[in-house]
Design a protein around this ligand. Structure first.
Ligand SMILES: [Zn+2]
Length: 422
């Protein structure tokens, strides 16, 4: 199938004006943005976003000024049947502490711009088109809170363990007029969700280094977080002969060194991180009695993640045996990889080619709201280059032309996937 791009284009100037206005909410002296979910700056951004939706003549489709039961905020352009399922375009307006201007904000504003452009062109979609700002993607309290609540992936158990504690979480929610008990009410039946598209900065150096203008995401990596606890025996660090020690520190360190070797040799498309090691008792002159090691594994396929996991668990068992220590493994978190839909990727590629953009298909090493949708509706993601790969920092930057290209591609893909007769 050949595809010619629609003649309509986003309004670059309006898109830029909106981007600059939003960048000022929570702006830091270093040129970044500090807008964690449920903070005063987040609240201000929500009020601003709602105002933009209404100024655009779009429907603000939430019960509260601050959003739905999970605080997600939506602009809707009705289809020719007002109760038709919704095709969602979105991302998030929250940032990490002292983050950048582009992560999340770009995708939400591009989604709004796409709806406004389609509305102005007088096109009426078959399904309803929705631009959405999801609550707390970055996890100030609970990562992907809004998109997980909407897709039924959040549980009451999750809501009992927010990152900053229940009290802080509830006080943030009350600022938005929300309650912890109410959040799961943001759930929508999968049949009412026609699809999901997200534009996002890459947050890594691949596109900036290759010179390609667009990344078509193939999958969002799965993440498995493990606590390995090596349990040995405390002994005098001077008088106990080395061969007789049961040194938990030795096992943790040789495991780490060999895990890195294994990944560099056999799992070059995966990533690991040893984020922390806690030694007990943790002093100069006592052989470590126990070490707890925080290990994170990332891979873009289920099979890849399982193979990496098996190899590292086997290695940890070997090193424990070698050092004559015990090993306990606890699974702290297990997020499966999310494959982008096989029918959406080719449409994104066709639209990119038709518009003359150079592109590459690539996995996403970072988590995104799109992963909440991957198993319930046709889902796709578009990346644009991040200069020097910088992200989650005030140095985060993308050239404006790349932002415009990404938003235009989002528009073309939305017209195609939401079956907007043009
Ligand atoms: Zn993001």
């Amino acid at each position: 199938m050949t595809h010619s791009p629609s003649s309509i284009r986003i309004n670059e100037q309006r898109f830029k004006t909106n981007f600059e206005a939003l960048s000022r909410i929570g702006a830091t002296a270093a040129g970044g943005v500090h807008r964690p979910a449920l903070s005063a700056a987040d609240l201000e951004a929500r009020a601003w976003f709602r105002e933009r939706i209404e100024a655009a003549g779009l429907e603000y489709a939430c019960q509260r000024p601050t959003g739905d039961a999970a605080g997600n905020q939506s602009a809707v352009l009705r289809g020719n049947r007002a109760d038709a399922p919704h095709f969602l375009l979105g991302s998030h307006l929250d940032t990490v502490p002292n983050g950048g201007r582009f992560d999340g904000a770009l995708g939400v504003l591009a989604a709004l711009e796409v709806l406004q452009t389609i509305k102005e062109a007088g096109y009426i979609p078959v399904v309803c088109l929705e631009a959405i700002n999801f609550t707390d993607e970055e996890g100030a309290h609970l990562g992907l809170l809004g998109s997980r609540a909407l897709t039924g992936k959040l549980t009451s158990a999750d809501l009992g363990h927010p990152n900053l504690g229940v009290e802080e979480f509830e006080s943030g929610l009350s600022r938005l007029g929300l309650t912890r008990d109410g959040i799961l009410g943001a759930y929508r039946e999968p049949g009412m969700i026609a699809g999901y598209l997200e534009l996002h900065i890459e947050q890594g150096p691949t596109l900036a280094e290759s010179g390609e203008e667009i990344g078509i995401v193939t999958a969002i990596v799965g993440i498995r977080r493990l606590r390995l606890r090596f349990i040995g025996r405390a002994d005098h660090a001077g008088t106990t002969p080395i061969p007789r020690r049961r040194d938990a520190g030795r096992a943790a360190c040789t495991f780490t060194a060999h895990a890195w070797e294994a990944v560099l040799r056999d799992f070059t498309d995966c990533a690991i991180n040893v984020g922390n090691m806690r030694f007990e008792p943790g002093i100069f002159n006592v052989v470590p009695a126990a070490v707890t090691l925080d290990l994170e594994l990332r891979a873009s396929s289920k099979q890849g993640l399982a193979a990496l996991y098996d190899a590292l668990v086997h290695l940890a068992q070997q090193e424990s045996k070698e050092a004559e220590v015990e090993l306990e493994i606890t699974l702290a978190e297990d997020i499966p990889p999310a494959t982008m839909h096989p029918t959406v990727q080719p449409v994104l590629i066709e639209c990119a080619v038709a518009a003359g953009y150079t592109y590459r298909s690539m996995p996403s090493g970072a988590g995104h709201d799109a992963q909440s949708f991957a198993d319930i509706c046709p889902t796709g993601m578009i990346f644009i280059p991040s200069v020097a790969g910088a992200s989650h920092s005030p140095k985060e930057f993308s050239h404006w032309q790349d932002c415009v290209n990404g938003a235009d591609l989002l528009l073309q893909a939305a017209l195609e996937l939401a079956h907007v007769p043009t």
